[in-house]
Design a binder for this molecule. Structure first.
Ligand code: ATP
Length: 366
């Protein structure tokens, strides 16, 4: 059994390096304590600052290292003042999605009972659902290539059978894992607009076909507009939601809002071979260099990486460490006495990460 996993690390721009360093320290600590596996980190350059220096945003060598790594950990890339000659921003993270065919954008939304947030949850209720956003086609298919004339503009939405089948299988497998671990009811909801667009009726039809292979799970549908309403009115009802790229883009920010902000929202972009784990937020250049960034979305993304590696390689110690790390962050947030500025506190990035380290140490000692 392979016990050493190579992780390609993109530190990125802005607050990227500030949130990457404490995250890697926590991962190293978990691996050292577990003795069941080892992590080898390889830092590779890419991003807006690298482009400004060298004229290359995603060097071929960085792509090669990422392709051959067991997993990819990425903080945030892009700076508003550094752009390609056509005016668009530097986004190697989107190039990675396309290069490695990372069709499943996984966005967990979690708020524990009693945790402060924009919604007051009814007694005993918690939010724990996962939004799976298709990430390679949909309305992003014609990104940068839409037709614009003096009088009209057109963009093309593309939904393919092949990608949709992979996406739905991934979503049902995820719902099954969640059910087995006691975290979900075993339900997948296809979020679409099948009442208006033929492309979404096609999407829904494929979903229903794939659902036949999962008789132990519940499959249902919801329109995207109603889903936005229910995410605010009864978010505790959802388990796994799966949707098209643009709908997922919008709903995942609503999900981040439910948790209290971007600083708490982790994500993963998963394909058949590679996977990238990164916080939902950008490089936050407005607070870079101040030591004020919230590291939790990055740490939670790293926990998702451990879980994905653990499941893929049938390595229980990694899955257990993933759960430990996630719970430690949740404990720090729920306690509320060491919060960064974005959450209304005064803690620095280092203080917030150190609080997670102390919870992990305490849990180990008990
Ligand atoms: P992108 O387009 O790359 O996603 P963006 O322009 O939408 O980026 P972000 O970089 O995510 O925006 O920043 C949006 C706001 O949220 C900024 O005010 C930023 O300071 C804040 N923010 C983002 N991430 C964090 C974080 N980890 N900690 C604290 N504040 C954050």
């Amino acid at each position: 059994m392979n016990n050493t996993f190579k992780i390609a690390v993109f530190e990125g721009d802005g607050i990227g390096p500030e949130i990457t360093a404490p995250t890697i320290a926590l991962l190293n600590q978990l691996a050292a304590d577990s003795a069941g596996y080892a992590l080898e980190f390889v830092t590779v350059p890419a991003g807006a600052a690298h482009y400004a220096k060298t004229g290359e945003s995603l060097p071929a060598e960085s792509l090669r290292v990422a392709e051959q790594a067991d997993a990819i950990l990425l903080s945030a890339m892009g700076l508003p003042d550094v752009r390609y000659p056509d005016g668009t921003e530097i986004s190697p993270q989107i190039e990675l999605r396309i290069a490695f065919n990372l069709f499943a954008g996984v966005r967990p939304v979690r708020v524990r009972p009693g945790q402060a947030g924009p919604l007051t949850l009814p007694e005993g209720r918690e939010i724990d659902f996962v939004l799976v956003r298709e990430s390679t086609e949909g309305l992003f298919y014609s990104m940068g290539q839409g037709e614009v004339t003096e009088t009209e503009a057109r963009e093309t939405l593309r939904i393919t059978r092949e990608v949709s089948e992979h996406l739905f299988r991934f979503s049902f497998d995820l719902a099954r894992e969640r059910k087995q671990s006691g975290r979900g009811q075993g339900r997948v909801t296809c979020v679409d607009k099948a009442n208006v667009f033929r492309a979404f009726a096609f999407f829904r039809g494929i979903f229903d076909e794939v659902a036949q292979d999962y008789p132990d799970l519940t499959a249902d549908h919801a329109y995207v507009d109603a889903t936005a309403l229910w995410m605010v009115q009864k978010p505790w009802d959802f388990d796994v939601l799966v949707t098209e790229n643009m709908f997922g883009d919008i709903l995942s920010d609503l999900g981040a809002g439910l948790m209290g902000g971007l600083g708490l929202a982790p994500s993963a972009d998963i394909g058949l071979k590679q996977a990238v784990f990164q916080p939902c937020h950008g490089s936050a250049p407005d607070i870079a260099g101040q030591g004020a960034a919230n590291p939790h979305a990055m740490i939670l993304s790293a926990a998702m990486m451990l879980d994905w590696l653990g499941i893929k390689h049938e390595h229980d110690a990694m899955c257990a460490d993933a759960a430990r790390l996630r719970r430690a962050v949740e404990d720090v947030i729920a306690r509320g006495d060491c919060l960064t500025r974005d959450l209304g506190g005064t803690a620095s990035t280092e203080d917030a990460a150190d609080a997670v380290r102390r919870v992990l140490e305490q849990a180990r000692a008990e």
